[in-house]
Design a protein around this ligand. Structure first.
Ligand code: UN1
Length: 501
């Protein structure tokens, strides 16, 4: 066990306590006695100070040439790479995912930092011909202002990076409010970023609850942008509050992601992918495979392969090498998942799991057995609602049209996957599965940092993260016309050059 640390807010380049002096603690989900640290239980006055610092830093940062902002991000990327192991270990301790996955989480942040560093020398706008002679037309990207960034605990470093680095390269300044379950990851991440040379006030971090910190941030008149990843209900609440001050809001919300296993699929490959997609991060990914839509001709064979593999998975502390599946985030999550397992028993057939895991050392933490239900009706609650735990539902199918209908029958549309060697079906899945991410012969997780990330329907509000898409969210367009004809040329009216046919 490592020592308990005292962490602070980052406001205007200074590490400070909450004005009220109040604190809260974060403990390891693998062992509740392992307290990671104490953190400021901040309130509206801390949010006000952080937003004021971010607003004050905006003019200097937005006028810093973008290639120079990129150089800072490049240095940040290198520092994150140097601290990768330390950050990964802190992450496993604080949120539970097994160490190789925590390393991947940090790597995702490093990837975004390098990508956005490069964008400093591009940030492409567009030049287009004008419809008038002797007139120049272009559109340029402009920074917007202060971004409020509200991040989840399941990717405690990757997701802050997804949101922060594009904001910074676009010239915005930021206030991050991390999830209360993983504040240490974000504070440590911010320390490394400041070491990389991010100027005071450009990045601020305020820890505390959604009510006490999140609400004032979302409602603050000087915050122009909100980017949030989390539960759908919270996203709707944020969107509603932010509408009062006409903020630009990006929401990354739930998923109920299917893997379709067709009768010709490579079942061994499908098995490896299902285990990774359904039980990686203990099923706590927006992209987790929580529905397995399996062709009836291979259902029994595949289910037996899956049951055997899942029975061999080792639960435990993610820092131990032999562990396959770590804890879930806290005891409330265990209760919620157990509630769904109880619902599942009435709706379908339990294949394996279904209970909290309390054997030996597991009793010290928040563990749930990897769980599979089969003969699940497509409209059953366990096949429709996001459980966010190590639970997956097998739905047997007979034909393709029925499969497409079932894939699209949920309110979410984040990630979909098909295992087949039939190329025509592969392309049909790309066209017909309603989702923002589509995979063929690969599970539902594993999005890369330079492609747009996000989903359709209740998974969000139409925005995408990372890649070029993130630049469109964190900057706004200004269309510029320079008329060098020396006379009044009226667009759409003085049309003498147009062939009127
Ligand atoms: C999330 O679960 O919110 O594709 C993000 C993946 C990861 C990102 C997941 N690269 O699963």
């Amino acid at each position: 066990m490592t020592a308990t640390m005292t962490y602070h807010n980052l406001i205007g380049g200074k590490w400070v306590d909450a004005r009220s002096g109040r604190t809260f603690t974060s403990a390891s989900p693998a062992n509740r006695d392992d307290v990671i640290g104490t953190f400021p239980a901040s309130g509206v006055e801390d949010v006000d100070a952080a937003v004021a610092a971010a607003k004050g830093a905006f003019s200097g940062w937005s006028l810093t040439p973008a290639p120079k902002r990129g150089e800072i991000l490049f240095k940040v990327a290198r520092l994150l790479a140097e601290h990768k192991e330390e950050l990964a270990r802190l992450m496993t301790r604080e949120m539970g995912k097994v160490l190789p996955e925590a390393r991947g989480d940090v790597q995702e942040a490093i990837d975004v930092a390098y990508y956005m560093a490069g964008e400093g020398r591009r940030l492409f706008g567009m030049t287009v011909p004008s419809e008038m002679p002797d007139k120049f037309a272009m559109a340029i990207r402009r920074p917007i202002g202060v971004a409020g960034i509200i991040t989840p605990w399941n990717f405690p470093i990757a997701i802050p990076a997804w949101k922060l680095f594009p904001a910074l390269i676009c010239g915005d300044t930021a206030v991050i409010k991390p999830a209360s379950d993983t504040p240490a990851c974000v504070v440590r991440f911010a320390e490394i970023l400041m070491e990389g040379g991010i100027p005071d006030g450009v990045l601020n971090v305020v820890t505390g609850s959604g009510d006490a910190v999140g609400h004032p941030l979302v409602e603050h008149p000087d915050v122009r942008i909100i980017s949030f990843t989390g539960h759908t209900e919270t996203g709707i609440d944020i969107s509603t509050r932010a509408a009062q001050t006409l903020k630009r809001v990006s929401l990354e919300l739930g998923g109920k992601n299917p893997i379709v296993i067709w009768e010709d699929a490579d079942l061994q490959l499908a098995l490896d992918s299902v285990v990774w997609s359904a039980f990686g991060t203990s099923g706590q990914r927006c992209t987790a495979a929580s529905r397995l839509i399996v062709h009836r001709n291979v259902h029994d064979q595949f289910l037996e392969m899956l049951r055997k593999r899942v029975a061999s998975l080792v639960l435990g502390d993610g820092l131990e090498e032999k562990t396959d599946v770590g804890p879930v985030i806290n005891d409330r999550a265990v209760e919620r998942i157990a509630g769904y397992a109880a619902i599942g028993r009435n709706e379908a057939e339990l294949v394996i799991g279904g209970e909290p895991a309390n054997d030996g050392a597991l009793a010290r933490g928040s563990f749930f057995q990897p769980t599979i239900f089969t003969d699940v009706k497509p409209d059953a609650r366990i096949a429709q609602e996001e459980i966010f735990g190590p639970v997956t539902s097998v739905i047997p199918v007979d034909d393709w049209e029925e499969t497409v209908r079932i894939v699209n029958s949920v309110k979410y549309g984040l990630s979909t996957s098909l295992f087949t060697r039939v190329v025509n079906l592969a392309f049909r899945s790309i066209r017909d599965f309603d989702s923002g991410l589509g995979y063929v012969n690969h599970g539902t997780i594993g999005a890369e940092a330079h492609l747009p990330f996000g989903g359709t329907k209740a998974t969000g509000n139409g925005h995408r993260e990372v890649g070029q898409a993130a630049l469109d969210f964190f900057s706004e367009w200004k269309s510029v016309y320079v008329d060098y004809s020396g006379k009044l040329q009226r667009a759409q009216i003085d049309t003498t050059f147009v062939d009127q046919g």
